[in-house]
Design a protein around this ligand. Structure first.
Ligand code: HEC
Length: 148
């Protein structure tokens, strides 16, 4: 009964990722450690929810720059464009912020570790619809294989 310890974990993913069943590749990579996802949720609520919303829903009309030319916090729940960015790009935005690019996103370097940032990403990705996650996953694979 080697598989026994996996049962609770599989149960979790049946709840969160069962609609991925048509796409084994994406379903595979979405099998994130539930403890890390839960840790990411806590870190998100503590550090990000004030701007990006409790459910990562972002600001209405997030795509319109304000009077100062800066963009408001976008959604991270899959309804924005965060899924256009490979994991490394998401990590970089979170780590470095966008002040250097004339934006309003604070930098989290020194406040959140790389592992923390990855956990937060896992959490908001758990909100993405299966199809969107699959597309992101294919794009991320390509980005990782491309020479930098
Ligand atoms: C003070 C408000 C504020 C806080 C707090 C904040 N953000 Fe942001 N975030 C922004 C703004 C504003 C942008 C839009 C980028 C820009 O133009 O500055 C952004 C952009 C982003 C993006 C890029 C999204 C995209 O669609 O390209 C990601 C990812 C992100 N934030 C994640 C986070 C995470 C994770 C946290 C918590 C660790 C966080 N943010 C905390 C304001 C904030």
């Amino acid at each position: 009964m080697k598989l026994r310890p996996l049962v609770p974990i599989l149960g979790f993913f049946l709840l969160t990722a069962c609609t991925d069943s048509r796409t084994p590749g994406a379903a595979e990579s979405r099998r994130a450690d539930p403890q890390e996802v839960a840790r990411g949720a806590v870190l998100y609520q503590k550090n990000c929810a004030t701007c990006h919303g409790a459910n990562a829903e972002g600001t209405p009309e997030w795509y319109k720059a304000g009077a100062d030319g800066r963009f408001p916090p976008p959604p991270l729940d899959g309804s924005g464009h965060a899924w256009h960015h490979p994991r490394e790009a998401l990590k970089k935005t979170i780590r470095e912020g966008t002040a250097g690019l004339g934006g309003n996103m604070p930098a989290w370097r020194g406040k959140l570790s790389d592992r923390d940032i990855e956990a937060v990403i896992l959490w908001f990705q758990s909100l993405w619809p299966a199809e969107l996650y699959r597309n992101w996953s294919l794009m991320d694979d390509q980005a990782r294989r491309a020479p930098t």
